[in-house]
Write a protein that binds this ligand. Structure first.
Ligand code: SF4
Ligand code: FES
Length: 413
């Protein structure tokens, strides 16, 4: 699985507020019209959690969904049509590995026929050229390939992804994408096992003919939180990498666009995660659960609707999980009275929950959070210690069972 970066979600069609008084008795057409007026920009379709790679920073939940719970072809096609009716513009076909679904071409065709812009987020190792041609024919607009390192260091890349030969196959597939004239983005999750090669990774993306490269420092929730001590770069390493990105942006202007995502623990202010909760994106899991964020299930106590039970528009507008942290009314101090509250929306709810036990707290990535210094210290300490072995992403995980592992707290450091 790729690291799906919340930084991708930068804007929405319309700002969203809470449901207004007197709106309780609307019929389904009114709901659909209103949802469309307030529509999110994108839908992340996690078609499956199956994946041949085992990246230790995967943004999928630690409890992966099983193949026998996945939505059928017809159900995914209905999701695509409903997304278009809702006013969504982009579909990000993700996973796990979306090409593990045999019906991917049918799903893409339905999405494209409905007028949606389709982006395939893939690890690429399963793709065959013929399949890519069929996807293009079906209307696929864009391909995003995740890499673990540059092709100069294939052993390192394959070790990180837990898949031998993956690095070489990705290069071949990237070549096919360009030969077929499709736009290509390279997504490179960055951590202490490749942070020393950011320049090499950017140059490799240029060599592959990518239009865009994402230097995406790993975000520490889900599998990455389990592997934080193994993945966290030092602040010095991050600073060096940031300077390299800055210089490359200048040097490569007009050749490639370079996006970057800062590691939260070293940030001054948090990112507006998901563009604001319930504001920019809908995530649908393999079994059809509708989430405001791909990691939202890590927040215990939230109830999620399923596309099998309710129309997408209704879930988007009225779903309990979407309403819970939408807008700014739910905020506590210091966010509540902060001038940045409608810029970053208090940061990441999942990270706030993972690190403080309350998703309504200020994201500890924020320097104004009362616990920011403690977590920055954890990052400093862990990043200077010998990294532990990876806990690879696989059902149940390697090593201790996920449920048996301690949740890290500042006192652990
Ligand atoms: Fe953002 Fe809250 Fe920090 Fe203000 S206090 S910068 S709103 S996270
Ligand atoms: Fe940031 Fe869920 S990962 S809100």
């Amino acid at each position: 699985m790729n690291e799906y970066s919340p930084a991708h979600i930068k804007e929405t069609a319309m700002p969203l507020g809470a449901r207004q008084p007197g709106e309780e008795d609307k019929d389904s057409t009114e709901i659909a019209d209103e949802a469309c007026a307030r529509a999110p920009i994108g839908l992340l379709a996690e078609l499956t959690h199956r994946c041949p790679l085992q990246c230790p920073y995967c943004s999928n939940p630690v409890e992966l969904e099983r193949v026998n719970t996945e939505l059928t072809t017809e159900e995914w096609q209905s999701v695509m049509r409903q997304a278009a009716e809702l006013g969504i513009l982009q579909i990000h076909l993700s996973g796990g590995e979306p090409t593990a679904r045999r019906d991917l071409v049918d799903i893409v065709k339905t999405a494209a026929d409905a007028g949606l812009y389709t982006n395939l987020i893939t690890a690429a190792v399963l793709l065959k050229r013929e399949q890519l041609e069929q996807l293009k024919e079906a209307g696929l607009d864009h391909v995003q390939i995740s890499i673990q390192d540059s092709d100069a260091r294939p052993e390192n890349a394959d070790r990180i992804g837990g898949y031998k030969g993956g690095s070489a196959k990705k290069k071949i597939v990237a070549g096919w994408v360009r030969e077929l004239g499709m736009p290509l983005t390279i997504n490179a999750p960055i951590h202490r096992h490749n942070v020393d090669n950011v320049e090499g990774i950017i140059n490799y993306a240029v060599e592959l003919g990518a239009d865009r490269v994402e230097i995406a420092h790993v975000q520490y929730y889900a599998w990455a939180l389990k592997n934080r001590a193994a993945l966290m770069p030092t602040r010095e390493q991050f600073n060096v990498a940031a300077k390299i990105v800055e210089k490359a942006r200048e040097d490569l202007k007009g050749i490639i666009v370079i996006d970057s995502v800062v590691p939260d623990y070293y940030a001054k202010y948090p990112k507006p995660c998901m563009g604001g909760w319930g504001r920019g994106i809908i995530n649908v899991t393999p079994s059809g659960r509708v989430l405001p964020c791909h990691a939202a299930e890590s927040i215990t106590g939230l109830e999620f609707d399923n596309v099998k039970d309710k129309p997408l528009a209704e879930v988007w507008l009225e779903g309990e999980a979407f309403q819970k942290y939408r807008g700014t009314d739910w905020m506590k101090e210091p966010c509540r009275s902060c001038s940045r509250r409608e810029i970053d929306y208090g940061g990441c709810r999942c990270q706030a929950f993972a690190l403080t036990g309350d998703a309504a707290n200020t994201d500890p990535a924020c320097s104004l959070s009362p616990v920011h210094a403690q977590w920055a210290k954890v990052a400093e300490v862990e990043s200077h210690e010998t990294p532990p072995e990876f806990i690879y992403r696989r059902p149940g995980g390697a090593g201790p069972k996920p449920s048996a592992q301690k949740k890290p707290v500042p006192s652990d450091a």
